[in-house]
Design a protein around this ligand. Structure first.
Ligand SMILES: [Zn+2]
Length: 270
């Protein structure tokens, strides 16, 4: 890399634990990366089924996620985990390579290649145009997007996540059965062309990725499409779910989902 562009900064401490887990119901947990800046601190959702488990999104790939999940195993027995990424941005697809069964929408395949080629954790190394487009959506990142490292010697200026092709491509209407717990994939394009959500029929929940969360949404990236986003918001405002498990921030209920979707439609002439 170009050493001249590398900012100097304080040495970062080594984090005792990279991930933080909260059970939101008896069989659904939210995992986050507390040492990652808010902008890239995504929600990793873990759903336990009778026969296998489902992981939706994988964080930034900085800490090792699969060994962390293995510690949740029942009675020492390993669990089979199906891993789905809601879209191919770094803060969702970073740990994808750690899992054997990897699902993604094919429309995000090109974006995945771009993501794997980029440097995510040092915004000074991002292109001017990317920073300008994020600023249009109200996001101005700090120079470094972590405040600790997962292990001694970890270098955020050269870090790139492990690379892995999806093992399966998915689309709206596809189902994932965990045994006693069934999920349906729903197409939610706009933030990226291959953005998807999942409906958990048991908990009447939507796992929404970055299509919708309770905060500033990003529709100004080269891969974003406001026209598609309007269609997604029209679908979301009519969706009959009790709770949304978002790609960023805390869960929210159906009335808040409707408010956010209708607000987006109003603001964009939909
Ligand atoms: Zn995203």
């Amino acid at each position: 890399m170009d050493e001249a562009r590398r900012p100097t900064g304080p040495d970062l401490p080594v984090a005792a634990d990279w991930f933080w887990l909260t059970w939101v119901t008896a069989r659904t947990a939210l995992i986050t990366e507390p040492h990652v800046d808010e902008m890239l601190r995504s929600g990793i959702w873990y759903f336990r089924g009778r026969d296998r488990d489902l992981l939706v999104d994988t964080g930034n790939g900085v800490g090792a996620l699969a060994p962390f999940l293995a510690r949740l195993a029942h009675a020492g027995r390993p669990r089979h985990t199906v891993c789905v990424c809601t879209h191919a941005h770094i803060d969702h697809i970073g740990g994808f390579h750690e899992f054997g069964r990897r699902l993604l929408h094919s429309a995000d395949r090109d974006l995945m290649e771009e993501t794997y080629g980029g440097v995510a954790l040092a915004s000074a190394l991002w292109s001017e145009s990317l920073r300008a487009r994020l600023a249009e959506s109200g996001f101005v990142p700090p120079p470094l997007l972590i405040d600790a490292v997962p292990s001694p010697g970890f270098d955020p200026y050269t870090f790139r996540p492990g690379r892995a092709e999806p093992t399966h491509f998915v689309r709206g209407g596809d189902e994932i059965d965990l045994g006693g717990r069934r999920f349906t994939i729903v197409d939610l394009p706009g933030h990226t062309p291959g953005s998807i959500g999942l409906i958990d029929h048991e908990e009447r929940a939507l796992v929404s990725g970055d299509a919708v969360y309770d905060g500033g949404l990003i529709d100004t990236l080269p891969e974003s499409d406001v026209g598609q986003y309007l269609g997604t918001m029209d679908l979301l405002r009519r969706l009959e779910v009790d709770v949304v498990y978002p790609g960023h921030g805390r869960p929210f209920d159906r009335s808040r989902l409707r408010e956010i979707a209708e607000g987006y439609l109003r603001a964009n002439g939909g």
